[in-house]
Design a protein around this ligand. Structure first.
Ligand code: GTP
Ligand code: MG
Length: 499
């Protein structure tokens, strides 16, 4: 090697000193060899780490489910389990029985609360005033009261029959008192909390009442805890006494429910109760986890939950829950997908961001039947507007610019039912104009809006992948998931190549 060129600073910097002795040269060469050895060792470790990371990434697909509360994220996740991991799902199916029983018990307890409220109003009201109110039902005047809407005010303003409850209602109410204790027992068995500050949708039909807290929605912080709690009973992981105690509790729940079955059905089918719910503008099909039409089956001692029941069950998600789903069938068979199901209510959303990194795809759930509804956690905010805002947020995120984005315009079935009931889209979405008031036109209109948001706010152009879904329909959803699965796999393979 000749002398370094005088104008190359790097060559000059690493050149040996001009009058280096033989020992100095040997020491320098040894030091250089050691540095090379360390550097090669580091390079080798990096290669091994990268290969391991690549292998791990190639075997693990990461998918994040996002969207506002009650948009259908957890239900979509159940569909993934039903479709792609049938063996594991079969083992899990029974653990949903308690959740469904709890949903049912909450439904009826909420109605009993409303009934108690109405009966108290009737009992305390002045008969003369009552007669006036009855007379005003026949008036053409608007009859609008001032201040807080009360049950009585609602009744007076509705062109309806006055509510008249009898001793039979009082008796039924009394006979169903054990359901209060049962609700607590079921919550305890599941390890869920019912002290959430968000009202149960069924209770939205009610007026303010001290009894309200008892019907608040149950939520779950970890999906493993309640399932493993239930499983430990059936698999015998508990010590003898705890096991016997829990088994007795499960049997007792079944017995109480079976014993109350006929009375529950009688309350639910009672004409006056139905009239009360109608006056409170209560629509059964839009209540999450509503099972009163199935009381005969669900309150039976030998009840086995079906997939259809499970996708209709409601358990609110808190925080971020990781599910490892080992795909047993389909093109992705053999791979494990890590799916993250998040809590969608406002206070939960800050927890989403750490999961944006390193994720292959996002399935974003937007419930399009909610164009006329308000957020439970903030009654000023329209639910469709909230979905638009969240979609804009994820589309504009730089961290997610290479992540595949899949939009599910969900609750199409409810949209269809709502529009057929006569609710007008343009009463709530002014820009809808004179378009036909049917679910197909409306969903296309909403889809266009989501497309525009993506186009306008994505840091770089990306494909708009959208599906109109009703994720409680497991068969139709399996077809959609087939398309989604392929797209996600391709995106995943591309991202692994980039590592
Ligand atoms: N009819 C109908 N009900 C649906 C649909 N999707 C979800 N649901 C029901 O809506 C309720 C709420 O769904 P979830 O999947 O629990 O909602 P989520 O987005 O996980 O809500 P959070 O956990 O609060 O963030 C459940 O009772 C579901 O059965 C749908 O497409 N149609
Ligand atoms: Mg959820």
């Amino acid at each position: 090697m000749g002398a370094p060129p005088e104008d190359d600073p790097l060559a000059l910097a690493i050149a040996p000193p001009p009058n280096e002795t033989a020992e100095q040269r040997e020491a320098r060469l040894n030091a250089e060899a050691e540095a090379r050895r360390i550097s090669e060792k580091i390079d080798e470790q990096l290669r091994v780490d990268k290969a391991a990371h690549r292998k791990r990434r190639s075997q693990t697909v990461k998918v994040l489910l996002l969207g506002q509360s009650e948009s259908g994220k957890s239900t979509t996740l159940k569909n993934f389990q039903i479709t792609y991991s049938p063996n594991t799902w079969a083992e899990e199916r029974n653990s949903w029985r308690t959740v469904i029983q709890l949903n049912l018990v909450r439904n009826i307890n909420s109605i009993l609360n409303m009934l108690a409220e109405e009966m108290a109003n009737t009992a305390t009201s002045d008969p003369a005033a009552d007669a006036d109110a009855d007379a005003s039902d026949d008036d053409d005047g608007d009859g609008e009261g001032e201040g807080e809407p009360s049950a009585a005010a609602t009744r007076a303003t509705s062109p309806t029959v006055p509510l008249r409850f009898t001793d039979r209602h009082a008796l039924l109410k009394l006979r169903l008192t054990p359901l209060r204790g049962l609700q607590h027992d079921l919550e305890d068995t599941l390890g869920v909390s019912g002290t959430d500050d968000i009202e149960h949708p069924l209770q939205r039909a009610s007026t303010r009442s001290p009894a309200r807290r008892t019907s608040q929605e149950a939520f779950i912080r970890s999906h493993t805890s309640w399932k493993s709690k239930l499983r430990s009973v059936s698999e015998g992981n508990l010590d003898g006494m705890s096991k016997r105690y829990r088994e007795a509790k499960t049997r007792e729940a079944m017995e109480v429910l079976a014993g109350c079955k006929d009375d529950i059905r009688e309350v639910w089918e009672d004409e006056m109760v139905q009239e009360m719910l109608r006056q409170r503008k209560f629509v059964t099909e839009s209540v999450p986890g509503f099972f009163l039409n199935d009381v005969e089956r669900i309150a039976a001692r030998d009840y086995e939950p079906s997939d259809n029941d499970i996708v209709r069950a409601r358990l609110r998600t808190m925080g971020v829950q990781e599910y490892g789903i080992k795909f047993q069938i389909g093109p992705a068979a053999g791979t494990e997908w890590l799916m993250y199901d998040v809590g969608g209510s406002r206070t939960q959303r800050a927890a989403w961001f750490p999961y944006f990194d390193d994720c292959d795809a996002i399935i974003f759930l937007a419930p399009i039947s909610c164009f006329d509804e308000r957020l439970a956690e903030d009654r000023k905010v329209n639910r469709l507007e909230d979905s638009y805002m969240l979609w804009r947020l994820v589309c504009s995120s730089k961290l997610l610019q290479n992540t595949q984005m899949i939009l599910f315009l969900n609750k199409y079935d409810l949209l269809d039912q709502k529009l057929k009931r006569g609710v007008k889209v343009n009463d709530h979405v002014r820009s809808y104009g004179d378009r036909p008031n049917d679910a197909e036109t409306a969903s296309k209109y909403f889809s266009q809006h989501f497309r525009e948001i993506m186009k306008r706010h994505s840091p770089q152009p990306r494909q708009f992948r959208v599906h109109t879904t009703s994720v409680i329909d497991t068969k139709a959803t399996a077809v959609t998931l087939g398309i989604v699965e392929e797209g996600i796999l391709q995106a995943h393979l591309r991202s692994v190549e980039l590592i």
